[in-house]
Design a protein. Structure first.
Length: 252
């Protein structure tokens, strides 16, 4: 992925990783549009980041995705990069049976159907661009499960395999598929995660991601050093030990 001269749409970028990357992409010479559900956050971003355009979108709502993607293309016909950032992470206990189902369904809708619907809506436009990029966002938990978040783990594993498959289908086209695989990062994805000593500082994570994109423009998986512990556990041959270590450190 070339990190300058693009027009980048990042749904789910009103805080955390998405906003940190949006700020850096603008500084690198890109046009950036961030999307989110909370209008007050969008208004604040518009005030404090005059180089960032904003749009209200609910990536859990198929109609919102259809309407807003058309609007973004109309406002920014040079759009050539999608970063499907929006996601939710919920603690679940499946021993509670059907009580957990609503939370699981919400997680699947946001984390799987949201990115798939965004990609389906924007891919025809992206394929008409000389160079384009789809960046999906999985997780280190796509490769090693955290006991407390079964559905989140599963959705990120699904995004990983979808990214691998989509890359195969788009081989030879103008559209590259890049997968961002964060470790635990100090954001508000889970209560208390921002203060966790286990989480990677947000600014450090975003800086390392940008360095990887700059130094490895052909990379298909964006892995900061800290996520390698999870991403390569099976290849190292210590998967079971890594599962135990991860869950021993989990405060939930």
């Amino acid at each position: 992925m070339n990190i300058t001269g693009n027009t980048v749409f990042i749904p789910g970028a009103t805080s955390g990783i998405g906003l940190a990357l949006a700020e850096r992409l603008v500084a690198a010479g890109n046009t950036v549009i961030v999307g989110g559900r909370r209008q007050e956050r969008l208004d604040e971003i518009a005030r404090t980041h005059p180089g960032i355009d904003t749009v209200r979108i609910d990536t859990a709502d198929a109609a919102s995705i259809s309407e807003v993607t058309r609007e973004v293309i109309s406002r920014h016909p040079g759009l050539n990069t999608l970063i499907a950032m929006a996601g939710v992470m919920r603690v679940e206990d499946w021993r509670e049976g059907s009580a957990v189902l609503a939370t699981a369904e919400e997680t699947v809708t946001t984390n799987v159907l949201g990115p798939l619907r965004l990609i389906a809506a924007l891919l025809p436009h992206l394929q008409r661009q000389p160079e384009a990029t789809i960046m999906t966002v999985s997780s280190g938990l796509a490769f090693v499960p955290l006991r407390a978040t079964p559905t989140y783990n599963a959705t990120k594993a699904a995004i990983h395999m979808f990214s691998e498959s989509l890359r195969l289908q788009l081989e030879g086209t103008s559209v590259a598929v890049v997968e961002l695989e964060p470790p635990s990062v100090a954001t508000d994805l889970l209560p208390g995660q921002r203060e966790s000593s286990f989480a990677m500082p947000l600014e450090e994570f975003a800086d390392e991601v940008m360095a990887i994109l700059r130094e490895q423009p052909d990379a298909t998986e964006i892995q900061v050093e800290r996520v390698g512990f999870l991403r390569h556990a099976e290849a190292r041959g210590d998967y079971a030990e890594t599962v135990r270590a991860l869950n021993a450190a989990d405060p939930h």
